[in-house]
Write a protein that binds this ligand. Structure first.
Ligand SMILES: Cc1cc2nc3c(=O)[nH]c(=O)nc-3n(C[C@H](O)[C@H](O)[C@H](O)COP(=O)(O)OP(=O)(O)OC[C@H]3O[C@@H](n4cnc5c(N)ncnc54)[C@H](O)[C@@H]3O)c2cc1C
Length: 416
C-alpha cells in the first residue's frame, strides 16, 4: 500500500516499536504490535491510564463494546481463563475502565515487561542522519537512509535516571492533554502566569485527586471556554463548597460553538453573589498577594480592565500539542507539504479505493517511521487509525487483527 512515499514505510517484525504514552490508545497500540510479533517499549510519564483514573466516576461516552477490543479481551482471557468480558452495552466510568480493562491488560505477560512508567520521553532524534532536507530539494534527500536509521529516545526515568533507548519506529500516543494555552487574550500568556502556573488549582470536585481543603470556602477563578471548562463549572456549582466562583469567559462571538452558547445561557440563570460570570478578552496579569491569594487583572473588550482578588486560579483553556524532538521532521511545515504532495500522487494512482488513505494523512508524519495516534474524542476513530498504522507498517491494506480475532472467537481457534 501507499507506494508514493519517498521511503518504504514497511517494517518487518521483529522490529522495535516505541510507544509514547500508556493511555488507552498507547496500551491498545502496544497490544496490536505484540500480537504482530514486534518488540515493544512503552514509555509513560506517570502511570498507565492515569488520565482515565482522573476521569474518575464520570461515565464514559461510549459503551464497553466500543472501547474494548477483541484483541484486548482475548489477551485478558488468555491471562486469566476465569475472566468474564463486560457486557458490550455497559457504560464504564473512567475508574472502572482503567481498573477492569486497561490496568489488567498492562499487567498481562504480553505487556508487563515492556512498560516503563514514571519515564517521560524528553527528546527523540536519529542516531546517524543529522542532515535536514534543504529547502526546495526534498526530492534529492536520502529519505530511505533516514528511515533505516534508528531513533534515539532520551528517557528521564524517575527510578533509573536519564537513559537512552532505541527503536525502529515510534507511535506517538501522548494524547492531546499536555500543555494549555495561556489565560491571556487569544491564548497568550498573562503577565506573571508562568510563575503562577505551579500554584494553579488542578483538581476540582469530581476529580480523583480533589482536595476539599484547597477548595472549600475559597474564592475560585476559573478561566476558559472549553467543554472541559463548562463541565467543570457545572460540577463546582453542584458541589457548592466555594465561597465565590468567578467564570472568566470571552465575549459572545458570532461563531461561538453550540456547547458554549448553551452553557453561557444555562449558567447565567444560576448567577448569584457566589457565582459570577465575567466576559473578558483574557487575563492581563496575575500578581501574588500575601497569604497565598492572587490579584488578577482582566482585560475587557473596550480596553478597560477589572481587578479581582481570588484565593485560587483554575485554567481550563485549550490544550496545545507539545512537539518532541526538534531535529525530527514530524513538525516541519515544509516537510509536511512534501508528505502531502507524495500522498496526492498516490491519490491519483490506481489505489484511490484504499480505505486507509484518508486515515494515513492523520497518522503519517514527514519523519519516516514516526506515527501520530490520536482518538480525537471518538474511540472508534482512534482504533481505525491504529489499524491504518499497522497496515502501513505491514504493507497490507487488508490487515485487520480485530477482524481476524473476532472470526477466531466466533468459530473457535481450531477452525480459524
Ligand atoms: C480532565 C479530563 C477530561 C476528560 N475529558 C474527556 C472527554 O471529554 N471525553 C472522553 O472521552 N474522555 C475524556 N477524558 C478521559 C481521557 O483522558 C481520554 O479520553 C483518554 O485518556 C484519551 O486517550 P489517549 O490514549 O489518546 O490519551 P491519554 O490518556 O491522554 O494518554 C496519553 C499518555 O501519554 C503520556 N505522555 C504524555 N507525554 C509523554 C512523554 N513525553 N513521555 C511519555 N509519556 C507521555 C501521558 O502521561 C498520558 O498518560 C478526560 C480525562 C480528564 C482527566
Amino acid at each position: 500500500m501507499i507506494d508514493s512515499l519517498a521511503w518504504d514505510p514497511e517494517m518487518e517484525s521483529p522490529a522495535t516499536i516505541a510507544i509514547l504514552g500508556a493511555g488507552p490508545l498507547g496500551v491498545e497500540a502496544a497490544l496490536y504490535a505484540r500480537f504482530l510479533g514486534y518488540h515493544v517499549s512503552i514509555f509513560e510519564t506517570r502511570r498507565v491510564a492515569h488520565r482515565m483514573l482522573d476521569w474518575n466516576l464520570r461515565p464514559l461516552e461510549e459503551p464497553a463494546g466500543k472501547i474494548t477490543t477483541s484483541l484486548g479481551l482475548s489477551a485478558l482471557q488468555a491471562q486469566d481463563p476465569t475472566y468474564i468480558p463486560p457486557e458490550p452495552s455497559r457504560i464504564f466510568n473512567g475508574k472502572q475502565y482503567a481498573e477492569e480493562y486497561l490496568l489488567p491488560l498492562a499487567k498481562t505477560d504480553l505487556l508487563f515487561d515492556d512498560i516503563h512508567f514514571l519515564s517521560p520521553v524528553i527528546d527523540i532524534s536519529r542516531f546517524r542522519v543529522a542532515s535536514q532536507p534543504a529547502a526546495g530539494r526534498f526530492d534529492e534527500y536520502p529519505w530511505q537512509e533516514r528511515c533505516n536509521d534508528e531513533f534515539r529516545i532520551l528517557v528521564e526515568g524517575r527510578h533509573r535516571g536519564t537513559w537512552v533507548s532505541r527503536a525502529d519506529c515510534i507511535i506517538d500516543c501522548r494524547g492531546n492533554r499536555s500543555t494549555r494555552v495561556g489565560l491571556g487574550p487569544a491564548g497568550g500568556l498573562a503577565i506573571g502566569e508562568l510563575e503562577a502556573r505551579k500554584e494553579f488549582l488542578e483538581h476540582l470536585p469530581g476529580d480523583r485527586k480533589f482536595d476539599a481543603k484547597k477548595y472549600d470556602a475559597k474564592s475560585i477563578l476559573i478561566a476558559g471556554s472549553t467543554q472541559e471548562a463548562c463541565r467543570t463549572l457545572r460540577e463546582c456549582l453542584e458541589y457548592a463548597g466555594h465561597e465565590r466562583l468567578v467564570w472568566v469567559l470571552p465575549p459572545v462571538q458570532s461563531d461561538e460553538p453550540e456547547f458554549l452558547a448553551k452553557a453561557r445561557m444555562e449558567l447565567a440563570q444560576r448567577a448569584s453573589p457566589s457565582f459570577v460570570m465575567i466576559d473578558s478578552l483574557g487575563v492581563e496579569s496575575i500578581t501574588p498577594q500575601e497569604q497565598g491569594s492572587w490579584q488578577v487583572r482582566l482585560l475587557k473588550e473596550d480596553d478597560s480592565s477589572v481587578e479581582l482578588q481570588v484565593d485560587r486560579i483554575v485554567s481550563r483553556t485549550e490544550y496545545q500539542e507539545t512537539p518532541l524532538g526538534p531535529t525530527l521532521l514530524a513538525y516541519n511545515p515544509q516537510a509536511s507539504n512534501f508528505l502531502e504532495s507524495s500522498l496526492q500522487q498516490y491519490d491519483l494512482s490506481d489505489h484511490s479505493q484504499d480505505k486507509h488513505l484518508p486515515r494515513a494523512r492523520d497518522v503519517l508524519t514527514p519523519e519516516p517511521g514516526y506515527f501520530r495516534l490520536r482518538a480525537d474524542s471518538l474511540w472508534e476513530i482512534g482504533l481505525e487509525r491504529l489499524r491504518t498504522i499497522f497496515a502501513i507498517l505491514g504493507g497490507r491494506s487488508d490487515l485487520d487483527l480485530y477482524e481476524i480475532m473476532r472470526k477466531q472467537q466466533s468459530t473457535g481457534p481450531q477452525d480459524a
